[in-house]
Design a protein around this ligand. Sequence first.
Ligand SMILES: Nc1nc2c(ncn2[C@@H]2O[C@H](COP(=O)(O)OP(=O)(O)OP(=O)(O)O)[C@@H](O)[C@H]2O)c(=O)[nH]1
Ligand SMILES: [Mg+2]
Length: 211
Amino acid sequence: MQAPHKEHLYKLLVIGDLGVGKTSIIKRYVHQNFSSHYRATIGVDFALKVLHWDPETVVRLQLWDIAGQERFGNMTRVYYREAMGAFIVFDVTRPATFEAVTKWKNDLDSKLSLPNGKPVSVVLLANKCDQGKDVLINNGLKMDQFCKEHGFVGWFETSAKENINIDEASRCLVKHILANECDLMESIEPDIVKPHLTSPKIVSCSSCAKS
Ligand SMILES: Nc1nc2c(ncn2[C@@H]2O[C@H](COP(=O)(O)OP(=O)(O)OP(=O)(O)O)[C@@H](O)[C@H]2O)c(=O)[nH]1
Ligand SMILES: [Mg+2]
C-alpha cells in the first residue's frame, strides 16, 4: 500500500532592486549553477522547484522572478496576485539596495494579503555575502530588530555564487507558509469548508504539526 501523499503548490515571489541577485539565487536553487554574467530580467521569469518536504509531502514552488526595474512600473499588483510568500533580496555590498527593502515590503503589503487579511510570509535575503562578507550587516545593522519591525519572518545571508543558505531560507519560508495554511483552514467555517475542499491545493493541514 502506498503512503498517503500530500501535495502543495505555492506561488512565491522573488523581489528586490536591480542586480541584487534574484535570478542568480533562483538559478542556483533550481538548476544548481551560477553565472557571473549579468543580464537584467525583463518583466518576469518563472521557475519551478519541487521539494520532497517529508516522506508524505511534496511541495511545488512556482518562483516568480520579478525584474528589479518593476518597482517603478505598475505591473507588480498583477504579478503579486495569489502569491503565498516572498523573498525580498538586497545586495550586501550596495547600501541603496538595502534601503529599497522597505519600499519593496510596503509595495507588497499594500497590494497582497492572505484570504484572512494577514500579510504573506516574507524572508529577507542579504545576498552576495561571499563578497567582503557582512559589509552591511557588521556595520551596526540590527537585522533581527529590523525584521521584527518590518514583519519579516526571518533573514539569511546568502550567496548564489557559493551556494550559501539558499536551501535554508527556502525551508524557513515554506515552513511559515504551511503554518499559515493551517491557520487559514481553521478560520474557515465548517459548512463553508466543504466546497473549498475540492481544491487540490489544501489536502490536509497536518503539515503544521511538523518541525
Ligand atoms: N559575487 C556574487 N555575485 C552575485 C551573486 N548573486 C548574483 N551575483 C551577480 O550579480 C549580478 C546580478 O545578478 P542577477 O541575478 O542577474 O540580479 P537580478 O536581481 O536578477 O537583477 P534584475 O533582473 O535586473 O532585477 C550578476 O553579475 C551575478 O553574477 C552572489 O551571491 N555573489
Ligand atoms: Mg533578474
